[in-house]
Design a protein around this ligand. Structure first.
Ligand code: HEM
Length: 215
C-alpha cells in the first residue's frame, strides 16, 4: 500500500495542476501582470498565514497536529516585510481579504480550533507548496518586478531557517507517513487537502477577475 505522503500527493495532483495553470497564476508566472497584482496576491496570503499561524502555538501540544508545528516554517513576519516594501509603512491600512480569501482563512481557523487533523491538510498544502513551486514564483517575481534576489518583496518565499529544503521535505513526508490517524481519518485529511487546493484556486479566480488581461 502506498504511504500516506504518496497518497496525499497523488490524490491532490489534479487540483495541483488546476491551481498551477489557473489564469491568474499563468499570467503572474508569464510576467503579464503588473506589480499591483503581485501585491494584491501577497496581501491575500497574509490573511491565510495569519489563520495558519495564529492557531499554531496552541496546536503545538496536540498529538496529531503537534509534530507539524515547526516555527522555522512561519511566514507571517516575512509577509509583513514584503507588504511593507510593496505597500509602504502603513501596509496594514486598507489591507482587504477577497471573499474567497475570507472563506479560506475561516476554514483554516475552523480546523485549527476544532479538527487538528484537518489543519494538517492546510499546513501541507501551503508550506510544502511554498518550499516547492514557491521557488519558481520567487524567481519569476524577482525577474519580472526587479525585487532584490531573496530580498524585500519575495521574503515570503525565502525560508531562512530551512537550510536544506529537499531534506526538509523528506522529513515532512516522514511526518505525514507517521501521522497519528487511522485510515478513515487519513482519508478525511486527503479530502480536506483537496478542499484546501480548491480554496486556493477560488482565490486565484477572484484575483484573476480583479486583474484581467486587456487582450
Ligand atoms: C504556481 C505555480 C506552481 C508551480 C510552478 C508549482 C510547482 C511545484 C513543483 C515543481 C512541485 C514538486 C516539488 C518536488 O517534487 O519536490 C510542487 C509541489 C507541491 N506544490 Fe506546487 N506549484 C505551484 C503552485 C502550487 C499551489 C498554488 C499550491 C497550493 C496552494 C501548491 C502546492 C504544492 C504542494 C502541497 C506540493 C508538495 C507535493 C508533495 O510532494 O507532496 N503548488 N509544486
Amino acid at each position: 500500500m502506498d504511504s500516506f505522503s504518496t497518497l496525499i500527493r497523488t490524490a491532490s495532483h489534479e487540483q495541483h495542476v488546476a491551481a498551477e495553470t489557473s489564469t491568474f497564476m499563468s499570467d503572474l508566472l508569464g510576467g503579464r501582470l503588473g506589480v499591483a497584482a503581485y501585491a494584491r496576491y501577497t496581501e491575500q496570503l497574509w490573511f491565510v498565514y495569519d489563520a495558519l499561524e495564529s492557531g499554531a502555538a496552541r496546536l503545538a501540544s496536540d498529538p496529531v497536529a503537534g509534530p507539524f508545528v515547526q516555527p522555522e516554517l512561519y511566514r507571517l513576519a516575512a509577509l509583513e516585510q514584503d507588504l511593507a516594501h510593496l505597500r509602504g509603512a502603513g501596509w496594514r491600512t486598507g489591507l482587504a481579504a477577497l471573499p474567497a480569501t475570507e472563506e479560506y482563512a475561516a476554514r483554516v481557523r475552523e480546523c485549527a480550533e476544532a479538527w487538528p487533523a484537518g489543519y494538517i491538510a492546510h499546513h501541507y498544502t501551503r508550506y510544502l507548496g511554498d518550499l516547492s513551486g514557491g521557488q519558481i514564483i520567487r524567481d519569476r517575481a524577482e525577474r519580472t518586478w526587479g525585487f532584490e534576489k531573496k530580498g524585500d518583496g519575495v521574503r515570503f518565499y525565502v525560508f531562512e531557517q530551512v537550510a536544506n529544503p529537499a531534506a526538509f521535505k523528506r522529513g515532512y513526508r516522514d511526518l505525514l507517513d507517521a501521522v497519528d490517524a487511522d485510515d478513515l481519518e487519513r482519508q478525511r485529511i486527503v479530502t480536506e487537502c483537496k478542499r484546501a487546493f480548491a480554496l486556493n484556486t477560488e482565490m486565484f479566480r477572484e484575483l484573476g477577475e480583479e486583474f484581467p488581461l486587456t487582450a
